[in-house]
Design a protein around this ligand. Sequence first.
Ligand code: B1M
Length: 210
Amino acid sequence: DELVQQMMDDLYDGLKEEIQEGVNILLARGWAPYDVLTKSLVEGMRIVGEDFRDGILFVPEVLMSANAMKAGMAILRPLLVETGAPKLGKMVIGTVKGDIHDIGKNLVGMMMEGAGFEVIDLGINNAAETFLEAIEEHKPEIIGMSALLTTTMPYMKVIIDTLKEKGIRDDFIVMVGGAPLNQEFGDAIGADAYCRDAAVAVETAKELMK
Ligand code: B1M
């Protein structure tokens, strides 16, 4: 599809308005919001990530791509979140300390809301104490953590260990995700589930809530 290719180029170039326009056109053509999200925006960001890794793109450029992606997500959000379903449960989610990547987390939050969960989003750079306070305040069934850096993912274990020290670890379903993680890491830190992507996070949450 030419438009999808164009959108990936526009995302690469950080062109926010063009992305918004592209999203609206795909929706008008009858595309499902989830397909617009995954086939144009997420796929486009994957390419940005490769050139970022290879030193072809730099932080300021990638930030513009991220902002363009967020503008597209903002259009899709109400469409994904719109649901009359009774609440399936509550999730507190955040990106862990030292890490400011939030697109993946936001996507997970959106999809969880769309599936009928209530989501409390703590944002980025969250210390264990912040998670503890939020848990105390909101009493969720699920705790979700996101990390995009190999240097920040170990902090997920710090949070789980903190829950253990307080004797409340087993009161929650702990789900983790983010590009550098894998199943082995999830198991090693004692999470209940590693989620490869937002769709898997939703399926897993539903399954574990049974
Ligand atoms: Co950063 N960055 N970045 N970055 N960045 C990565 C992660 C990197 C892989 C790029 C690369 O080199 N190829 C690399 C990490 C290398 C490593 O650790 N091994 C990297 C680096 C090095 C850095 C900096 C250190 C760069 C620097 O300053 N020199 C710096 C660190 C800042 C910090 O956090 N302290 C940095 C900064 C940034 C920007 C600010 C420019 C920007 C973030 C903007 C923002 O988020 N608001 C940025 C971006 C955009 C990326 C890439 C290109 C894209 C990330 C993204 O949004 N992907 C990324 C490359 C990559 O990941 N391939 C990269 C799209 C998103 C939908 O996917 O986040 O994976 P993802 O989420 C998925 C799944 O992982 C899963 O579901 C999501 C949806 O399907 N998931 C969960 C995620 N969280 C979950 C939580 C769950 C469940 C599932 O809970 C239950």
